[in-house]
Design a protein around this ligand. Structure first.
Ligand code: FAD
Length: 375
């Protein structure tokens, strides 16, 4: 008997889950409130960082190793390059989370790291101006993902295996009906066996989701040095992460198109009541802080940014993902609260959601992300 699955949200998590489910023969319907792709959520834009020696928590490392292999499998299936494992350059104080967390995750899981002397760092990365006390290293099993290509590859792959994408279909909620679940949109009911929620920062809009579990945070991205070949991967300009002594964490990417070098701050951001809400004060402050960062740390990059884009983090209470069955209802599966660092995991999260929907359980490696930790 074919299992009928409803997916709420066609961001990277919904797209990855649809692909995994459709490949396994499930009947998949994806409901997306906007058109897909769009730039009102968390998955838009050209690039996302990929790291393996995960300072956020070492228990993510086994998932990242699987994710790297799954990105390669999707590249093979789609014929598109999706992951540049070019290495990531990192700098910060030894005792602060970026360097200490990366080094302890690497040690725990036997991952390679290249520690640089100050002389090496200056010679190989002349674009950066760092404090003498800062540690510098390169993580080789790291790089970046071509995000919009990845999103398209998942959606195209899902469609090729029969998944249906209903765009501009906002889901108001769902109701259990015997062994099934009815999805409600525009007053219409559709019956499914299971529902998977990948609503991103809009989770709070869904009545049955505990609004405390996911809070929207507005983030701003910037670009500088358009059309400059100096800051490209082929010229040795790697994706980077710089953690300031005060704990602020800035990151950036080599130019992959004419927009130039993309830079963002992972720390900071404006908590907003609703994902649709803008915050002009925050945007002005973020622009000032980014110009100050560029002056301080990358003197060769113009502090006058040439492009900006807004994006949303979906913040969970502890900054870790929320993946698993809704505690009181096995028909409902949650994947949310990716807190600004979920993209790189998308293929393995897609597979885990398919496991949960079709087999009722998934890898034990996901146990630390179960929603029960909040109940
Ligand atoms: C500025 C920025 C930089 C980032 N950098 C990185 C990085 O370098 N590396 C990394 O790994 N991660 C990074 N991330 C995080 C990563 O992009 C997100 O974790 C990921 O995109 C989350 O995907 P999602 O599918 O959960 O959310 P979304 O892409 O927001 O998808 C949710 C979808 O659900 C739809 N939806 C919601 N409610 C409903 C409803 N009721 N009915 C129908 N549709 C609905 C929304 O319209 C949306 O399309 C970054 C995020 C941001 C914002």
């Amino acid at each position: 008997m074919t299992i009928k699955i409803a997916l709420i949200g066609a961001g990277i998590m919904g797209a990855a889950a649809a692909y995994a489910l459709a490949k396994r023969g499930a009947e998949v319907t994806i409901f997306e409130q906007f058109s897909a792709p769009h730039n009102r959520g968390s998955s838009h834009g050209a690039t996302r960082l990929f790291r393996t020696a995960y300072f956020e928590h070492p228990d993510y490392v086994p998932l990242l190793r699987r994710a790297a292999a799954s990105w390669r499998a999707l590249e093979k299936a789609s014929g598109v390059t999706l992951l540049e494992m070019c290495g990531v350059f990192m700098a910060g104080m030894a005792e602060n989370p970026l360097i200490s967390g990366t080094m302890s995750a690497a040690e725990k899981h036997g991952l390679a790291l290249e520690q640089l002397t100050r002389r090496d760092a200056v010679a190989r990365f002349p674009w950066f101006s760092l404090d003498p006390a800062m540690e510098t290293l390169i993580e080789p099993e790291a790089g970046f993902i071509y995000a919009s290509s990845a999103h398209s590859a998942f959606l195209a792959g899902a469609a090729a295996h029969g998944a249906i994408l209903l765009q501009n279909h906002a889901i108001e909620g769902w109701e259990g009906s015997g062994a099934n679940v009815d999805i409600i949109s525009d007053g219409q009911r559709r019956r499914f066996d299971k529902v998977i929620l990948t609503p991103g920062a809009y989770a709070g809009h869904l009545k049955a989701v505990d609004g405390a579990l996911v809070k929207p945070m507005r983030k701003q991205l910037f670009w500088t040095a358009p059309n400059e070949r100096r800051f490209t991967l082929s010229n040795g300009f790697l994706p980077f992460g710089i953690e300031e002594p005060d704990g602020r964490f800035f990151y950036g990417f080599p130019a992959v198109d004419s927009d130039g070098v993309k830079i963002g701050e992972h720390t900071g951001g404006a908590m907003v009541e609703s994902p649709d809400q803008d915050d002009a004060d925050y945007s002005n402050e973020a622009r000032r802080d980014m110009a100050a960062f560029l002056r301080r740390r990358t003197p060769e990059l113009s502090p006058i940014t040439t492009k900006e884009q807004s994006c949303l983090y979906a913040m969970s209470p502890d900054g870790h993902f929320i993946i698993g069955h809704q505690p009181d209802d096995e028909r409902v599966i949650l994947a949310m609260g990716f807190s600004g660092h979920g993209f790189k995991f998308a293929p393995v999260i897609g597979e885990a959601l398919a496991d949960l929907a079709l087999e009722g359980e998934t890898l034990k490696a996901f146990d630390f992300l179960k929603p029960e930790r909040f109940s």
